[in-house]
Design a protein around this ligand. Sequence first.
Ligand SMILES: [Zn+2]
Length: 285
Amino acid sequence: MNFEKGLLYLPKIREGVKIELHRKFDDKVKSVTISRTNEGKYYASILVETQNPRNKVVEPKSRACGIDLGLEHFVTVTNDFRSYKVEHPKYLLKGEERLKRLQKSFSKKQKGSKNSEKARLRLARQHAYITNARNDFLHKLSKAIIDENQVVVVEDIHVKGLLKTRLAKSIADSGWSKFLSYLKYKAEWYGRTFIQVDRFFPSSKLCHRCGYKNDDLTLHDRTWCCPACGETHDRDENASINLYYVGLGRPEVTPVEQALVDDRSPNGLPKKPSCDETGSLTSYG
Ligand SMILES: [Zn+2]
């Protein structure tokens, strides 16, 4: 290897082959395998003998983090320092639009024709691009989260699976299960704790501030106001804070729905929560 020039020397190719290098190594090369993909790209897989099989383990800055999986945003994360949202990368959204166009164009071409073969190649290339780009995004994000936190808490993915009927495509595309599997094995590699909460843990419905459980929350409520303490919640952020608390070892915020708040109407039936003018963002009824 010549790292400066980006050249790989192979038997019988004395001048070397220009390659796109993904990482440097200073270990002894054992073997090189060259492969060619469907879309006509060449890959060189280099096996090296090394003393350090894994990347360096860094000290986590944050004790824990909670991760809410979203549709509008890819994830909402809360750790010791802040809550933040990570968007679906624009290049992926654009790449998927292009994929759809190429699929259409391919299906219109006459089977077996030259143009059809060209369209098939373009489609295969775009498929490979999207897969690689998404994996890259998921690897970088999961690695950053694992580096930063000692305990990583996520919700049970089956809860979100309930949305499948309407949003199957966007869920499949969002790569949640792959993301969780990356988090899980990286946590093992780097000595972190990965927790997936029980599907019955109401991470979205609990007020992270006082523990009130809002059973009236619907899938469409993006924000809600806690009738017990008056706090206004961003749905995803509140969920990620509750998951963060699980990571800190306080999954049970003392429920106050019976103890401190009388949310029943005079005839004894539960009444819908309502907020005062200043805090109200969600309308009920
Ligand atoms: Zn509250």
